[in-house]
Design a protein around this ligand. Structure first.
Ligand SMILES: Cc1cc2nc3c(=O)[nH]c(=O)nc-3n(C[C@H](O)[C@H](O)[C@H](O)COP(=O)(O)OP(=O)(O)OC[C@H]3O[C@@H](n4cnc5c(N)ncnc54)[C@H](O)[C@@H]3O)c2cc1C
Length: 459
């Protein structure tokens, strides 16, 4: 009976598959195919929601047998639209949501469908956290496989620096554990280029004690002096202070003095994760850069930085994205940013800086596939728009803005890349790391089964 049912099932997946299959005629197909980037509107041939690593192995084999392009989704926040595809078999991990915390050992295991905010809420209840990014709705798997730069990057490093092991189904259908001692080459590759090497089904992380942070936004006028000083001042801060300054036009908000509205300002979002008595002292040099227009910094529980989301109802945005590493904002860079943000007809773009250094920079550059440990800052140019009809125009504008920035050939960060070409993917890794990744790709995925990602072709 079970066999008959499976044989009749249009997905063609065998009876061993325990998860759910969503075909295009299902009532919730449209909701299930939705991804965070609303500019990406694609129709998979079928969507499967496995419930275990065994299910995942069946799906990986099935896609290859049927010659179906395989796309994998965890949190669905790929800005390049990699977690969906027309006519593809979409392996949606959202039904795999277990988080197991070992407070005594300070480790946690998360299924690959868990979101950063969900994990953080569960671990923080025990006074422990793992560093992710700045947004709760991003998938733990997706952010980790690209590196992970967030609120604790200077204190505890990137997400991959707290990764202890992964369980991964590779193209040959094998379930493997990759860690510092088992399949160490694969573990190296997973930490920065993971989406290329298999379906990660479970991740084990180190946890760090943390309850509250001193966090919020210090809004500064975007004068040339302020912008030039941001990176050096924040790099000189103690490792417990991580900041994300965002340069954008100030909104028409009555809480902001009129002369600043519609003009470039710097929202410096900060998180201090050190001792209470030292926090205000650490923020003083930042506040001294210019008279703050507003200041919302206050003590709060760390999970407040990861607003809870309903994964089915989260608003989507049409997003264009580009990234590059830099040493500091210099005058030439500032000129382009000011001109582009204020030019007539400009979409509402934002230019965010992630000031790095600290624990992240103390990891040797060749320890993980992510290799840009020596870069002081990362610039993320994002054009979000509620209206997908403007997506193509915004994409062209964002690409032109990036091309104007005087940083030809600068390194980029795989998690912040948009839909870009192979040359850009090459710039996401130092040359030696890229060559090693191509060799490992040949070893673990010679037919490039896992290609719906910032793809590394097998050597
Ligand atoms: C609003 C927003 C905020 C962000 N903030 C940050 C930030 O602060 N720091 C940062 O570093 N990044 C940040 N990012 C970037 C984010 O980390 C990447 O887009 C990440 O890839 C998203 O992961 P996901 O699981 O949500 O996405 P998905 O779209 O599900 O997956 C992203 C990629 O990873 C692959 N993938 C996902 N799960 C697996 C798996 N289990 N096995 C193999 N491959 C898999 C997918 O196929 C796809 O190629 C942000 C993105 C957005 C949209």
């Amino acid at each position: 009976m079970v066999l008959e049912r499976a044989a009749r099932h249009p997905s063609g997946l065998g009876p061993g598959f325990r998860g759910r299959v969503i075909m295009p005629d299902a009532h919730d197909y449209d909701r299930a195919r939705r991804v965070h980037n609303a500019a990406v509107d694609r129709h998979p041939a079928l969507i499967v929601r496995p419930t275990s690593a065994d299910d995942v192995a069946l799906v990986v084999a099935h896609a290859q047998e049927r010659g179906l392009p395989l796309v994998i989704r965890a949190g669905g926040h790929s800005m390049a639209g990699h977690s969906t595809g027309d006519g593809a078999l979409l392996l949606d991990l959202s039904a795999m949501r277990d988080v197991e915390i070992d407070a005594a050992e300070r480790t946690a295991c998360a299924d690959a469908g868990v979101l950063a905010g969900e994990y953080t809420a569960a671990s923080h209840a025990l006074g422990l956290v793992t560093p992710f990014g700045d947004t709760g709705s991003v998938g733990v798997a997706g952010i980790t496989l690209g590196g992970g730069v967030g609120w604790l990057v200077r204190k505890h490093g990137m997400t991959i620096d707290s990764l202890l092991a992964v369980e991964i189904v590779t193209a040959d259908g094998r379930r493997r554990i990759a860690s510092a001692v088992e399949d160490p080459d694969l573990f190296w590759a997973v930490r920065g280029a993971g989406a290329n090497f298999g379906v990660v089904t479970r991740l084990q992380f180190r946890l760090h004690p943390l309850h509250n942070v001193l966090a919020g936004d210090i809004l500064l006028p975007a004068t040339r002096d302020v912008l030039r000083s941001l990176v050096p001042v924040l790099l000189a801060a103690p490792d417990e202070l991580t900041a994300m300054p965002t340069i954008m036009l100030a909104p028409e908000d009555p809480a902001i003095a009129e002369q600043h509205r519609g003009r470039p300002v710097a929202y410096v979002s900060v998180a201090w994760s050190g001792p209470a008595e030292a926090g205000e002292r650490a923020l003083a040099p930042l506040r001294a850069l210019g008279a703050p227009i507003s200041d919302t910094v206050t003590w709060q529980p760390y999970p407040a930085l990861f607003a809870p989301v309903d994964r089915d109802e989260e608003p989507t945005w049409a997003i264009s994205s580009r990234a590059l590493f830099l040493d500091a904002l210099d005058d030439a860079m500032i000129d382009v940013i000011e001109r582009r943000l204020t030019e007539p007809g400009a979409p509402g773009a934002i230019v965010q800086l992630r000031v790095l250094g600290g624990a992240m920079a103390r990891v040797p550059g060749d320890a993980t596939a992510y290799g840009w440990r020596d870069r002081p800052a990362l610039l993320w140019l994002i054009t979000p728009d509620k209206d997908p009809a403007r997506a193509a125009a915004n994409e062209a504008w964002t690409a032109a803005f990036r091309a104007d920035l005087p940083a030809d050939g600068a390194a980029t960060y795989v998690n912040f890349m948009g839909a870009e070409d192979t040359d850009s993917v090459r710039r996401a890794y130092p040359a030696a790391a890229y060559a090693r990744l191509r060799e490992l790709k040949r070893r673990f995925d010679p037919s490039n089964v896992f290609r719906a990602n910032h793809n590394i072709s097998p050597a």
